[in-house]
Design a protein around this ligand. Structure first.
Ligand code: UVW
Length: 311
C-alpha cells in the first residue's frame, strides 16, 4: 500500500485544503475502506483464547449526558398479556458512540461541507454518507490500545482540560512495544469513563448542566504534529473513552474538522476501555481483534458503538 502523507495531499477541485477524498466520488466509507478482507484475516491471528471484552458503556451513561444532550430514555411497553417490548429514545452522541460523516462539517466557500462534498441539503434530502453505509460494510480489524491513563499514573483530572501529546502517545507505544499498521483502529484511554463512575451524584449532575464551550475534558492534543500522526498512520478509525476524543475545549484547530470532513476517519467516543485496559495489562498484549456493528439507520449521523474486543 502506498498512501500520501498529509504534507503530500494533492489539492482536489472544490474541496477544502487538506481534504483526503480519494476513494471515489461516491465513497461513503472513508478510512473504513482500509478494513479489507486481507487485513481482517491478518487481525484474526490476534485471537488466542476467545475471550470477549465489551467496549460499550451502559447505554444510559453519562447521566445526564455532556454537552446538554438528551438523556437516554428506555420504556418497557407491554405486548399483549404475556410479553414486553422496548422503546428507546436516544441521542446517539450521548454515550459510547461513533461520530459519522454527517456529524461535523467545516466552513468552505461560504457554506458547510462534509466528507466527500456532502452538503447540508443532502443531509436533509438523502441518506448519502449515512450510518447505513458503515453498517453494510461492517467494522472489524486490528485494535491497538494506547493506555495513556495508566502511563500517566492517573495523575490528572479527566474532567479538566488535559492534552495528550504526540510525545505521550509515542512514549506509551515504545513502552508497550506497539507498532502501528495501516488500517489499525487506534484506541486512546484517557481515564474519563472510570473516573466518571467514581464521581458523586452532584459532580455528575454538574457535568450535565454545562454547555459546549463550558466543558473541560481530557483528550488528544490539537497540534500539527498530532494531525500528521493521525493522518499519516492511516488508521481506519480512532476511538477514545473521553467525551470528544480530542481535549476540550479545542485549541487553535479542531481534530473533528480534520478526521471527519477532510479525511473520512470515524471517531469513537466514550467507549468503555476499563476492562480492555485490564485485559491488555494482564496479557502484556496491546493489540486485539475488534468488531463493531454500527446501527443500520439510513441517513444516520452517528451510532452507539456495539463493539467488542476479542483476545
Ligand atoms: C463534541 O465535539 C462536542 O463532541 P461530539 O463529537 O460528541 O459532538
Amino acid at each position: 500500500d502506498s498512501f500520501p502523507k498529509r504534507s503530500e495531499l494533492p489539492s482536489i477541485d472544490g474541496a477544502p485544503a487538506g481534504a483526503a477524498w480519494f476513494w471515489g466520488k461516491d465513497d461513503e466509507l472513508g478510512r473504513l475502506n482500509l478494513l479489507t478482507p486481507k487485513r481482517i484475516l491478518a487481525a484474526k491471528d490476534l485471537i488466542k483464547t476467545g475471550e470477549i471484552v465489551n467496549l460499550d458503556w451502559r447505554a444510559d451513561l453519562p447521566n445526564p449526558p455532556a454537552f446538554s444532550r438528551q438523556k437516554f430514555k428506555h420504556t418497557i411497553s407491554p405486548l399483549g398479556e404475556a410479553g414486553f417490548d422496548d422503546l428507546y429514545d436516544m441521542n446517539t452522541q450521548s454515550g459510547s458512540q461513533w461520530d459519522g460523516f454527517r456529524h461535523v462539517g467545516l466552513q468552505h466557500n461560504n457554506s458547510v461541507v462534509f466528507y466527500n462534498g456532502l452538503t447540508k441539503d443532502e443531509i436533509h434530502n438523502s441518506d448519502r454518507c449515512g450510518m447505513q453505509a458503515w453498517a453494510k460494510h461492517g467494522i472489524a480489524g486490528r485494535g491497538v490500545l494506547v493506555d495513556y491513563w495508566a502511563h500517566a499514573n492517573k495523575s490528572y483530572d479527566p474532567v479538566a482540560t488535559h492534552r495528550i501529546s504526540l510525545k505521550d502517545i509515542l512514549a506509551v507505544a515504545k513502552e508497550k512495544n506497539i507498532t502501528f499498521q495501516p488500517g489499525d483502529i487506534l484506541f486512546v484511554r484517557s481515564g474519563f469513563v472510570g473516573h466518571y463512575e467514581s464521581l458523586d451524584d452532584a459532580a455528575k449532575k454538574h457535568l450535565g448542566t454545562l454547555k459546549i464551550p463550558e466543558h473541560t475534558f481530557v483528550g488528544v492534543e490539537q497540534t500539527e504534529e498530532m494531525l500528521d500522526f493521525l493522518h499519516d498512520n492511516y488508521f481506519s478509525a480512532v476511538v477514545g473513552d473521553a467525551p470528544a476524543f480530542e481535549a476540550w475545549p479545542p485549541q487553535q484547530l479542531s481534530l473533528h474538522q480534520y478526521l471527519l470532513p477532510r479525511w473520512g476517519a470515524p471517531i469513537g467516543e466514550m467507549w468503555d476501555l476499563e476492562r480492555l485496559a485490564e485485559m491488555c495489562r494482564e496479557k502484556g498484549q496491546y493489540t486485539f481483534f475488534v468488531t463493531s456493528s454500527p446501527a443500520n439507520v439510513h441517513g444516520g449521523v452517528g451510532s452507539h458503538a456495539n463493539a467488542v474486543a476479542i483476545f
